[in-house]
Each structure stands twice: as structure tokens, then as C-alpha cells.
Design a protein around this ligand. Sequence first.
Ligand code: HPA
Ligand code: MG
Length: 259
Amino acid sequence: MAGQGGSSAGGRGVVISDNWPGYSLDLFTYPQHYYGDLEYVLIPHGIIVDRTERLAKDIMQDIGDNDIVVLCVLKGGYKFCADLVEHIKNLSRNSERFISMKVDFVRLKSYHNDQSMQDMQIIGGDDLSKLTGKPQGCSQSGWESQSFPQAPNSCIQLSTQQCPWGTAHHRAVADDIVGTGRTMKVLLNNIEKYKPKMIKVASLLVKRTSRPDGYRPDYYGFEIPDLFVVGYALDYNEHFRDLNHICVINDHGKTKYRV
Ligand code: HPA
Ligand code: MG
């Protein structure tokens, strides 16, 4: 694992090179129901947590005395978001500066098996309709849906509960993985409409894909090879979220859980 600790925003994450062999699965414990489905451990759980602590410190340095709203990108971002928020809370408690934090959730879905889909869905998040007026294409009651020109046929669905979005907060978006960057661009375009004071994106992983579209998060934990990874809430068709380490799935695992 060639790498260097990140500095503050814009710094490089830990870079995992293409020829990094990973760790043998025999060196760690993991759920028995995944025996035979994984190739190797790419990033052990402890390293993920330690690296996340450093990202929390970098974020705290950059936000100064401002309150933040953390937008957790579900489902894959829930472990990273929970650990990041916990670290920010602990660092804040152990300093003179108490940061007020709110956490909100949005759900994105764009993968089927290990392939990125053209159609992307953004589901959840608190109510934006009070700010936007009634979006077009509204379907179920209590839910709004809207099309995005950036991603043909994509859809945003927003629940109509309370709305913390109108105030000029700093926002941090916590995601699990940035692949092509397409998903994050669509999400950011939507958040920017509500004119937050500042938006920063933290992603645990950035993938070196062959078709990057120029998007880099402000903070990221690890830059990884173009492999399909699972664990630490990252899934393959909803499986492997209960695996602590980030691992590379093997062909047997892909076939077993293919839909
Ligand atoms: N694993 C799980 N989900 C993903 C990945 C991945 O490698 N890339 C984009 N979404
Ligand atoms: Mg994600």
C-alpha cells in the first residue's frame, strides 16, 4: 500500500497501487457465510477507522467555528458517515470548540450487479419542496420526483418532512465511493440550488476508473484500483454490507449473488 496521509482538503488520500496484493483472508476474521466469495482483503477495518479519524480532523480544521449538516449518502455511506460523525464529535469534545452537527440522509442507487446503470435514483433527504415549489412529475403523495438533465431518466425523490435546507449551513456530504463521479455531480447540482454557505464532499474511496469525468471529492480516504469492492457497508446486490473489511469479491461471489 503505497501512500501518504492526507493533508487537509485537496490532499491526496492513501494511494493503493494496481499491483497491491492485499492481505490474505486467513489473517482476519469475517462472516462464515462469505467463505469462498472473496479474493482478498484490500483494506482492513482498523485502517479504515484510523484513516477516517484523520479525515475528521482535516474537516474540523477547515470548517472553523461553523456548524455543519452532514449529508449521509445511503446505503453504502452509512458506516463511513457514522464513524466520521463519531470522530468529529470526539475531537470536538476534546477541544474547546463544540461543533453543532446535524445529520441528514439521501439514498442513491445506480449499480446493478457490478455495473453502473445509466438510470440513477436519488431517494430520500428532507423536504426541498418548500424551497422549490412543486416539482414536475410528482407521483406518490408525500414524495416528490424530478428529472435531471445531467443524468437522463434519473429521478430524485424527496420525503416531505421537516426542512433544514433553507438555512445557510456548511454542509459535508459523506459518501462511500466515488467511481465515475457522475452520481456525485448530480447530487451536488441539487444541493447547490439551495445555496449552502459551503459544500464539502468526503468519500472514503476514490476509484481509478478508466473513464473519470474529472470529479474529485474534497476529502477522501483511499484511492483504489478499478476493482469491485465490498464490505464496510459497500454491497454487491445488497450483500456484504455486514463485512467489516473492504474486500475484493471473486467470481464465485459474483455468480452466487447475481440478480
Ligand atoms: N463496490 C460497491 N459499490 C460500488 C462500487 C464498488 O466497487 N463502485 C461503485 N459503487
Ligand atoms: Mg455510494
